[in-house]
Design a protein around this ligand. Structure first.
Ligand code: PMP
Length: 330
C-alpha cells in the first residue's frame, strides 16, 4: 500500500504548469509553480514546517506549547496543520482586511483567531503585530515563529522551492518571478537559483503599487499577502534584480483570467505575480524559461476577486457586468 501517515508529509514537490493561454503571443515559456497543491493549500506550508522543526530543535517550542503568530491566513494554516499533528495550541492574529472565509479556515483546523484593525500603524497597540506580542508575553509556553524575522522562512525556500525549480526545469530556468510579502519566497528561492546557476538566473519581485518594495510608503492596497509598510529582515535586498509594481486592478483582472483561461483558481497575489511575469517574458531573450510562483488557491477569495459586486464596488468591473437572472433570461 502506498500512503503517508499524515498530510504534513506532503509539503512541497508542487507541479509546474505552463501558462499557455494568458501568455499567448509571447515566445518564451511561462511556467507556474502552483503552490496550492501543498496540503494546507499554500506556499506557506513550507515555512511552517521548517520553522516548527527548528524551534523544537532549539527548545524554543516545547511539548504542549502555544504557537502565536500574526498571519494573513496561509501561514496560519500551515502552522495549524503541523501543530495539530504535534499537539500544540495555535492563536493567530489577523488584520481585518483578511477575508472571513480565510479566518474560518483557521478555526476549522482548531486554531483560535484574534482580529485587529488594518488601518493602524504597526507600532499602534491595536495593530496585529502589537497584539501578537502581547499574547506571547501573556501565554505560558508561547512561541512566536515571527515569519517576518525567522531565518528559517527564507531557509525553507532555499532548501526546497529553489532545488525543486532547478530540477523541474533541468537547469533551464532563466527568470524567477514571485510576489514579496515577508520576502521569504523570493529571497530563499532566488538565492538558491543564483548560486546554482552562477548568477545566471534573474530574480524579479512583484509588488502591489504603494508597497515599500517598489518605492511606496505602504499605502493600502487590496491584494492580500504581498507588499509591506516596513522592511522585514526575511527580505534580502541583494537578491532581486528588479521589482515590478502592479496595480490592484491589473492583479485582479489577471487572477480572473487565470481561473477562466487556465483553470487555475488562485488568489489575487498570483494574478499580480503573473502580470509581472508576462512583462518579464515579453522582454526576455528567445531561449529564456520564465517561472512564476503562485502562492495560494482562490477559494479563500470567492467573496472578493471572484465576486462581481465586490469588484464593481471598487471600480474593478463596470457596475453592470454581474449578470442577474433577468439578464440571463433576456
Ligand atoms: N501571496 C500570498 C497569498 C501570501 O500569503 C504570501 C505570504 N505573506 C505571499 C504571497 C508572499 O510570500 P512571502 O511572504 O514569502 O514573500
Amino acid at each position: 500500500m502506498r500512503y503517508v501517515e499524515h498530510v504534513s508529509e506532503l509539503v512541497g514537490n508542487t507541479p509546474l504548469v505552463a501558462l499557455g493561454r494568458v501568455s499567448a503571443g509571447i515566445d518564451v515559456p511561462v511556467l507556474a509553480k502552483v503552490e496550492y497543491f501543498n496540503p494546507g493549500g499554500s506556499v506557506k506550508d513550507r515555512i511552517a514546517l521548517k520553522m516548527i522543526d527548528a524551534a523544537e530543535e532549539s527548545g524554543e517550542l516545547r511539548p504542549g506549547g502555544t504557537i502565536v503568530e500574526p498571519t494573513s491566513g496561509n501561514t496560519g494554516v500551515g502552522l495549524a496543520m503541523i501543530a495539530q499533528r504535534r499537539g500544540y495550541r495555535c492563536v493567530f492574529v489577523c488584520p481585518d482586511k483578511v477575508g472571513e472565509d480565510k479566518r474560518n479556515v483557521l478555526k476549522a483546523y482548531g486554531a483560535e483567531v484574534v482580529v485587529c484593525p488594518t488601518a493602524v500603524e504597526p507600532d499602534h497597540p491595536d495593530s496585529y503585530y502589537s497584539v501578537s506580542d502581547r499574547l506571547v508575553s501573556e501565554i505560558d509556553g508561547a512561541w512566536k515563529p515571527n515569519q517576518y524575522a525567522n531565518r528559517n522562512n527564507p531557509a525553507s525556500h532555499y532548501a526546497s522551492t529553489g532545488p525543486e525549480l532547478w530540477e523541474q526545469t533541468e537547469g533551464r530556468i532563466t527568470h524567477f518571478v514571485a510576489g514579496i510579502g515577508t520576502g521569504g519566497t523570493i529571497s530563499g528561492t532566488g538565492r538558491y537559483l543564483k548560486e546554482v546557476s552562477d548568477g545566471r538566473v534573474r530574480v524579479i519581485g512583484a509588488d502591489p503599487v504603494g508597497s515599500v518594495y517598489s518605492g511606496g510608503t505602504g499605502r493600502p492596497y487590496l491584494v492580500e499577502g504581498v507588499g509591506e509598510d516596513f522592511w522585514p529582515t526575511t527580505y534580502d535586498k541583494d537578491i532581486c534584480d528588479e521589482i515590478i509594481a502592479v496595480s490592484d486592478a491589473d492583479s485582479f483582472a489577471m487572477t480572473r483570467r487565470l481561473a477562466r483561461e487556465e483553470a487555475l483558481l488562485v488568489g489575487g497575489s498570483c494574478g499580480m505575480a503573473v502580470v509581472a511575469a508576462l512583462q518579464v517574458a515579453a522582454a526576455a531573450p528567445a531561449d529564456s524559461v520564465v517561472v512564476v510562483l503562485l502562492p495560494d488557491g482562490g477559494r479563500g477569495y470567492l467573496g472578493k476577486v471572484f465576486n462581481d459586486a465586490w469588484m464593481s464596488g471598487y471600480g474593478f468591473l463596470p457596475p453592470t457586468e454581474g449578470a442577474t437572472v433577468g439578464d440571463v433570461l433576456r
